[in-house]
Design a protein around this ligand. Structure first.
Ligand code: CP
Ligand code: NVA
Length: 313
């Protein structure tokens, strides 16, 4: 049997996702990474993901090592596969933030081919940001149902994502549907969820519902959570000017939050650009939950790493 990897939310069954959530909410101290080391390979910058993962590894009794991608030279100094096999000689878990999702798939395949039993964790790729989504799920449970720790505590609640249907959006949709939420996604034409994503989540038989919108005001009406992310993701900087024009009507400002209602929370994975995808008044205002969300990144990583490294029958 090969190690369990976490490259995408879809790799966890609903039961397994709930196990990670329960571990996160149990607050029981564990030294699941005692005497173990974890590699953190980054092809892109990070404030939250690197720090929350390093601190999580430390709290689990392990030793994190940050490795800049330039240093190991993925596919330039040597092949991705040889870097993976090399790291597999020293590390018990390999976490990586990559430009192309395929790089993660190749790292996992190379480790599996030598039966390394080393889990690979996606710290953001062009396709998904599953560790962010775990933290988002924990945050929504705390915000919307703090006294209900059951698997179905978010059933029937609504999260509306406004903006670019990117990596963060895709992973959010997956966890929210698994939690039984009604998910709405509002994007400009050409920047919405792909047919592939829509059909893959529909075939997974998840309990929530998904609806796509072109009008952000309609999408947020009565929502419990309004979520947005940057209009230009890392690596898309050349498109920034064009995207700023296209997304103008999708800014989450006070007027849009009013359409959602005064009880709605605002969430954003961060980094944020005040005046673009969110107004300063919203992100720094009373409806904003972004710092609770950022704090949950560490909780989520502690739970995920413990789950990946625990003994399996
Ligand atoms: N939300 C998030 O992943 O932030 P960083 O890019 O700073 O890690
Ligand atoms: N969509 C953003 C998320 C950053 C955490 C990006 O990929 O740059």
């Amino acid at each position: 049997m090969t190690a369990r990897h976490f490259l995408d939310v879809s790799e966890l069954s609903r039961g397994e996702l709930n196990e990670v959530v329960q571990l996160a909410e149990s607050n029981s101290p564990t030294k699941a990474l005692s005497e173990k080391s974890v590699a953190l390979v980054f092809e892109k910058p990070s404030a939250r993901t690197r720090s929350s993962t390093e601190v999580a590894v430390f709290k689990l009794g392990g030793h994190p090592v940050y490795i800049r991608a330039e240093e190991v030279g993925l596919d330039s100094r040597e092949s991705v596969e040889d870097v993976a096999r090399t790291l597999g000689c020293y590390y018990d878990v390999i976490c990586a933030r990559v430009v192309e999702h395929e790089t993660l798939v190749r790292i996992a395949a190379a480790l599996d081919s030598m039966d390394a039993q080393v889990p690979v964790v996606n710290l953001l790729s062009d396709l998904s940001h599953p560790c962010q989504a775990l933290a988002d799920l924990l945050t929504m449970r705390d915000l919307l149902a703090p006294l209900n720790r059951s698997e179905s505590s978010l059933t029937g609640r609504t999260v509306s994502y406004v903006g670019d249907a990117n990596n963060v959006c895709r992973s959010l949709v997956q966890v929210a549907l698994a939690a039984g939420m009604d998910v709405r996604v509002a994007s400009p034409e050409g920047y919405g969820l792909s047919e592939e994503v829509i059909s893959s989540v529909s075939t997974e038989d998840l309990p929530g519902s998904l609806e796509v919108f072109s009008d952000p005001t309609l999408a947020v009406r009565g929502a419990d959570v309004v979520y947005t992310d940057v209009w230009t993701s890392m690596g898309q900087e050349d498109e920034a000017e064009e995207r700023t024009a296209v997304f103008k009507a999708f800014s989450v400002d006070e007027k849009l939050m009013q359409a959602a209602g005064e009880d709605a929370y605002f969430m954003h994975c961060l980094p944020a650009h005040r005046g673009d995808e969110v107004s300063a008044g919203v992100i720094d205002g009373p409806q904003s939950a972004v710092w609770r969300q950022a704090a949950k990144r560490e909780t989520a990583m502690v739970a995920l790493l413990s789950w990946l490294k625990r003994e399996r029958r």
